[in-house]
Design a protein around this ligand. Structure first.
Ligand code: NAP
Length: 258
């Protein structure tokens, strides 16, 4: 078993997940870089971590697939022998961003499988393994972080399935936090605002204008590094008497203003 905390970050081949993987690696974690369709990008993340003397491995897996989720956890233990932190980051936007009057069941099923069912059952599997490891004295405690979105409470009528899945992730965080507190596993929701990534690239102009017009008190795009810093802090010993919290990483977007 490796003598450093091990973090599994879903969807860390690109975007916010990549930033989280690099951030955790920089802070002394061995990292499992999960990817689905971008093996080369995942290998680049691993190479970057290794070039700084860190430990990382790329593991393919669709979080929406039961077999792939089991494989992800199994391979984490095969490579590193332990799992201290699960970051449920992988996510997709609504397919075609259609108005809700035209929204399709196909998009609903894909979005809910990837953004909600996958994270829940991955957390369940990870938690069961963490509980055994904590009881055996192999790891001191566990942390599960769910990357949701301002869309959990902000309406976008062209992304109804995405908004609903992210809203449910808030309740999922509370449920897990309550049940797992007695097992010494803390659970958090990190709620990014508008962050520059491939996901938001198609709507760059729209958000450039909204931000310039004052959408957020802090008038800039968020970066994957902004989200990574919050995740790193939550996995540290900085918040020992907390669980179930939502951490907004959104430039103040959540503040109601007149
Ligand atoms: P992104 O740039 O589109 O990257 C998505 C990542 O998820 C990729 O690494 C992709 O891996 C992976 N992924 C997609 N489907 C997967 C699946 N079925 N199984 C495993 N991995 C999968 O997105 P992002 O902007 O970084 O978003 C990351 C998370 O932050 C998402 O949950 C998103 O909802 C949330 N978020 C983003 C923003 C934003 O403004 N960007 C704001 C709020 C919340 P492959 O390329 O290898 O397939």
């Amino acid at each position: 078993m490796i003598d450093m905390p091990v973090s599994l970050i879903t969807g860390s081949s690109r975007g916010i997940g990549r930033g989280i993987a690099l951030g955790l690696a920089k802070n002394g974690h061995a990292v499992v870089v999960n990817y689905f369709r971008s093996p080369d990008s995942a290998e680049q993340v691993v190479a970057e971590i290794e070039s700084h003397g860190g430990r990382a491995v790329a593991v393919r897996g669709d979080v929406g697939s039961r077999d792939d989720r089991a494989g992800l956890i199994d391979q984490t233990y095969e490579h590193f022998g332990r799992l201290d932190v699960l970051v449920n980051n992988a996510g997709i936007t609504s397919q075609g961003r259609k108005d809700l009057l035209d929204a399709t069941e196909e998009s609903w099923e894909l979005v809910f499988a990837t953004n909600l069912k996958g994270p829940f059952f991955l957390a369940q599997t990870a938690a069961n393994r963490m509980i055994s490891a904590i009881k055996a004295g192999e790891i001191p405690r566990g942390t599960i972080i769910n990357v949701s979105s301002i869309s959990a409470y902000t309406v976008s009528t062209n992304r109804a399935d995405y908004c609903m899945a992210k809203a449910a992730m808030g309740m999922m965080t509370l449920l897990l936090a309550d049940r797992l507190a007695e097992e010494n596993i803390r659970v958090y929701e990190v709620c990014p605002g508008v962050v520059a990534s491939d996901m938001t690239a198609p709507v760059t102009e729209k958000y450039d204008k909204l931000i310039a017009d004052g959408l957020t008190p802090i008038r800039r795009w968020g970066t994957p590094q902004d989200v990574a810093k919050a995740v790193v802090a939550l996995t540290s010993d900085a918040f020992p008497f907390t669980t179930g919290d939502r951490i907004n990483v959104d430039g103040g977007f959540h503040i109601r203003r007149l």
